[in-house]
Design a protein around this ligand. Sequence first.
Ligand SMILES: Cc1cc2nc3c(=O)[nH]c(=O)nc-3n(C[C@H](O)[C@H](O)[C@H](O)COP(=O)(O)OP(=O)(O)OC[C@H]3O[C@@H](n4cnc5c(N)ncnc54)[C@H](O)[C@@H]3O)c2cc1C
Length: 392
Amino acid sequence: MSARKDIREELKGYQEIKKEMEICQKYGRDYRTQRGLKAAIIDRLHPRQLELTVSEIIPENANTKTLRLTASGRALPPFLPGQYISVTVQIDGVRTSRPYSISSSPTQTAYYDITVGRVKDGFVSNYLLDEVKAGDTLITSGPLGNFYYNPLFHGTKLVFLAGGTGITPFMSMIRTFTDQNLDLDLLLLYGCRSVKDALFLQELKERAERHPNFKFELVLSEPDPDDQGRTGLIDANVIKELVDDIGGSTFYICGPSAMQKFCTGQLESLGVRRRSIRREAFTSPNDVFYDPAWPKNVSPDQPVILTVQRPSGETVTIQTQAGEPVLTALEKAGLTIPNACRTGECSLCRIKMTAGEVFQPSTALVRQSDRLLGYIHSCRAYPLTDLTLVIQ
Ligand SMILES: Cc1cc2nc3c(=O)[nH]c(=O)nc-3n(C[C@H](O)[C@H](O)[C@H](O)COP(=O)(O)OP(=O)(O)OC[C@H]3O[C@@H](n4cnc5c(N)ncnc54)[C@H](O)[C@@H]3O)c2cc1C
């Protein structure tokens, strides 16, 4: 066999680079000794996966608990208040994940708190609330998401509109900004059914007493007879009455999709520009049926078949229905693909569709090029017909 020809000598500029390398090795720093160092630092700051221990479970109300997650005494990766982690679990043989906002403050690095509310018939929330115990291990992503305060663009007057468990990213922000004594005006309008459903109420009261720049108001939609507080929804009237400088404030909305849509409309009716509204929706897979664009002739329980080509070349056939997101159907069939937000935004669950038609709500941020080339965000893609998919 003839020896392989070294073509490097023929490359333009090779001699100069070779000489520079020799000089660096002789007189300067030999950067080869640092190989892998940067990757290790990046991985510590932005890990793909964390193995965390549930150190404590704190009941918040009848249907909500905070799970405190630690990393065996090590410092956790930093995050910005408002970000979330994706928690992966294995339930009845199905491996799946859900995003949960970190409710604790990044000013301490010993733990992440996630505060989980029970969702009726919810697969993961009920598991986390009923099955997970202190001492258990949970696999999570590192911190992710774009729902955070950016001092360059968001000014100093922040108005938080929270619905139900949507208080969690705001709790992290309020804890952080008040602990750090930042020069910000903070107003929280917190929409709940009744006082007993309001999370972190005592802490919110104490922080409001200690920090004159933080105010909050409960807005109760179904108050109990003894409940004190404003009743109704967080609508334009409430906002107009409580926000001093509507045009000069940045609004953050977090809660169920319906609340997010409603509050966005109310803000727009007050002339608030879209760029002053930041949003995070705790979307549920069946919200899509209320989407006016959902095709009226397709019933959510219409049966469909997914034919999935795996990297091994093997083909898997999955029976599912139009109302089930493709990602959920894949997970139920034992096929896992990366995912994080499950709202169609982060694009980690993007896969190729070579045949068929899906419904993707406008909130799924699918690039035009992906639409043209047949890529879908599988967490928010609903199969309207039989599909052929390719997963890597
Ligand atoms: C960025 C982000 C942060 C979040 N942070 C928090 C947080 O801090 N706290 C918190 O409690 N939640 C949070 N959530 C919501 C959380 O991720 C889960 O969506 C929530 O816990 C429900 O998950 P589940 O598995 O229990 O419910 P799912 O099993 O996902 O079901 C949700 C609902 O959809 C219905 N459903 C499911 N599948 C179907 C189907 N095929 N057809 C019809 N209906 C169906 C169920 O009956 C149920 O009512 C966050 C969401 C996002 C996007």
